[in-house]
Design a protein around this ligand. Structure first.
Ligand code: SAH
Length: 235
């Protein structure tokens, strides 16, 4: 069974979008994963197919209705759906490679894209939605965030990227950012490739890469370094 993604959105035309090109697109065409984008408005109420209403308690903007969203979810994801249901949300747990790996190893995902001020709080518990954030900034809707989640998952599916994506050396895979890469030409605008990489000495090369990955992580993401040291102690 391949990875099945169902996206609930008010803008189904945004899909597959960038996920239809390059690696994700060829994997989609091959059937390594599937994607359905469902219009939440199909479950809208009344002549105008209303999906949102004003926030209880007052304030700016509109909120996606719990009843409408629940009906849209139930139409693609029955109660015994083994797939996790994600709600894209700036309040969610920040997406990290470990969760991406788990998702990619599973049956797929149902992804709810918020719009306006967000969704009625009751539907989150009522349909067991896992809130996922792609970073500490606010987008206008969950669609691009859903694409981020799916792109990160799909490249890990078997056969999509070859052994590159499963490599232990990629950023975050070992709690470190990746070491620097170089390719031809050997000299470019007066800058050369570090001598060790041209030495053919695989031991020295591995050692250099490791040291560079640690240096870059310490400089740019001391938080990752601390987390790593703590978890090494815990092991
Ligand atoms: N009022 C909300 C923001 C709503 S933005 C708040 O202050 O938290 C509208 C929708 O965009 C959200 O419902 C969510 O689905 C999506 N979105 C915005 N920023 C996001 C982020 N950083 N990660 C994931 N989804 C996001």
């Amino acid at each position: 069974m391949s990875f099945r993604a169902s996206v609930l959105t008010l803008f189904p035309d945004m899909f597959p979008g960038p996920l239809g090109t390059s690696l994700a697109g060829s994997a989609l065409a091959r059937g390594d994963w599937s994607l359905e984008a469902r219009d939440i408005r199909d479950h809208g109420l009344g002549r105008h197919r209303a999906v949102d209403d004003t926030p209880a308690g007052g304030g700016a903007g509109m909120v996606l209705r719990a009843d409408v969203l629940a009906a849209a979810i139930d139409a693609v994801s029955p109660a015994d759906d083994p797939r996790p249901r994600l709600l894209m949300s700036p309040r969610g747990r920040p997406l990290a490679q470990a969760r991406v790996r788990e998702l990619a190893a599973g049956p797929g995902a149902v992804i709810v894209c918020g719009r306006f001020e967000g969704v009625d709080e009751r539907v989150i518990a009522g349909r067991r939605l896992e809130e996922v954030s792609i970073g500490d900034y606010v987008l206008s809707g969950g669609e691009i965030a859903a694409m981020v989640v799916l792109d990160a998952c799909v490249r890990l599916l078997p056969g999509v990227m070859g052994k590159q994506a499963s490599g232990e050396e990629e950023s975050f895979e070992n709690g470190l950012l990746e070491y620097p890469h170089y390719t031809k030409p050997r000299d470019w605008e007066g800058a050369s490739i570090p001598e060790v990489l041209l030495s053919g000495d695989h031991g020295r090369i591995a050692q250099w890469r490791r040291a560079e990955a640690e240096r870059i992580t310490r400089e740019r993401r001391p938080d990752l370094m601390t987390r790593r040291e703590t978890s090494e102690k815990g092991d």
